[in-house]
Design a protein around this ligand. Structure first.
Ligand code: NAD
Length: 337
């Protein structure tokens, strides 16, 4: 690393804390200069102080207009991502934007155009691309360990549903949760989804239906490279965060299991008991979150291409939107980009 990259963070909630901690303790090539949130909590003020972040503001414009900052991490609520990304790009800042860029496809296109026009980098927060298990699956496809790719299977289940207030503004399960899995399918296959069929229902909590969403889904896809993919989602797996993947091809398959706190197994007279999966995304993807911000910082330092860019942010939302259309119509849908 030729110099320390100076970062600003917009939003001081859950995911901002994750990234701030990664940068402070694990990314020597970067430092956080400022953070802004109009609704800064006492808890946020505490960790901002613990991490020695020198500047706090209620106004994100203080961050994007700071000439001493190279790049911003947009970690605020989803509805703010696209406009703040455009403003930050116009101010000459590289942008790391949490997923999704927006729920509206034309807003995303407008944002990508603004970033291209400004000539800055845009990385989207698809952390699973930086996870050791998904990277192993990707390698098995790329180096042809499994021969020609025929199928991808993703199981992605949360340990418990989010609060109903969150569900109401989330954009729905496909936009909020499955979006990561759609990106994983694109990442592993190196291809785009051509056609999609989605079932969705409320099997966990009826109040989710009142909020206009679903909490369980099965999605099947035909990819442009001829392979097929299946994703299953649930908002509640009683045994914890279930994140498994499989790539299957002409010469074999690679299957990944869940990460657990340790590999100790209890053998007793009534059976055998292993540890539950790591509790949720903060624990399971801790290393992936560090890797993704490190990769963003390196791409700025080396002026190289980001590992998850605007097109990845756009196409995952297009696929999520097609999944929603398929569920509503009960028919398979051609995905148009
Ligand atoms: N990649 C992942 O794994 C992952 C995980 C969690 C959340 N996310 C995404 O990150 C975003 C934030 O999620 P969260 O869980 O941290 O939510 P959160 O509610 O904990 O934090 C969001 C913060 O943004 C602040 N905010 C709102 N408007 C703002 C503005 N104009 N300027 C500055 N700050 C503003 C809020 O006050 C709040 O503190 C969401 O878009 C979510 O989809 C991604």
């Amino acid at each position: 690393m030729s110099r320390k990259i100076k970062l600003g963070i917009i939003g001081a909630g859950r995911i901002a804390h994750v990234h701030a901690k990664s940068i402070t303790f694990h990314i020597p090539g970067a430092a956080i200069k400022s953070i802004a949130d109009p609704y800064m909590t006492k808890e946020a003020e505490r960790w901002i102080s613990d991490f020695n972040i020198p500047n706090l503001s209620k106004d994100y414009r203080d961050v994007i207009n700071d000439t001493g900052i190279d790049a911003v991490l947009i970690c605020s609520s989803t509805d703010t991502h696209a406009p703040i990304t455009r403003e930050a790009a116009a101010a000459g800042k590289h942008v790391f934007c949490e997923k999704p860029i927006d729920l509206n496809i034309s807003e995303i296109r407008k944002t990508i155009d603004a970033v291209d026009k400004a000539g800055v980098k845009l990385q989207v927060g698809f952390n699973r691309r930086f996870d050791h298990n998904f990277m192993a699956l990707k390698k098995a496809v790329e180096d042809k360990t499994i021969g020609d790719l025929h199928m991808i299977k993703i199981t992605s289940r949360d340990p418990s549903p989010p609060p109903i207030e969150y569900v109401k503004v989330s954009g729905g399960l496909f936009m909020d949760m499955t979006i990561h899995d759609f990106d994983v399918v694109r990442f592993l296959s190196g291809s785009e989804v051509e056609e999609i069929f989605a079932y969705g229902d409320v099997l966990v909590d009826r109040s989710v239906a009142d909020a206009g969403d679903i909490d369980s889904a099965v999605v099947s896809m035909k990819l442009k490279n001829g392979a097929m993919a299946v994703i299953d989602n649930s908002r509640k797996a009683c045994y914890g965060y279930d994140q498994r993947g499989e790539v299957f091809g002409s010469r074999g398959a690679v299957v990944t299991a869940n990460d657990t706190p340790h590999t100790g197994i209890f053998f007793g007279e009534n059976g055998v008991v292993a540890e539950k999966p790591l509790h949720f995304f903060l624990e399971r993807y801790r290393e992936a979150y560090i890797n993704e911000i490190n990769s963003f910082v390196e791409s700025i330092d080396q002026d190289s291409t980001v590992a998850a860019g605007g097109i990845d942010g756009l196409n995952s939302v297009i696929i999520a939107s097609a999944a929603r259309d398929s569920m509503k119509s009960g028919k398979s849908v051609k995905v148009l980009y």
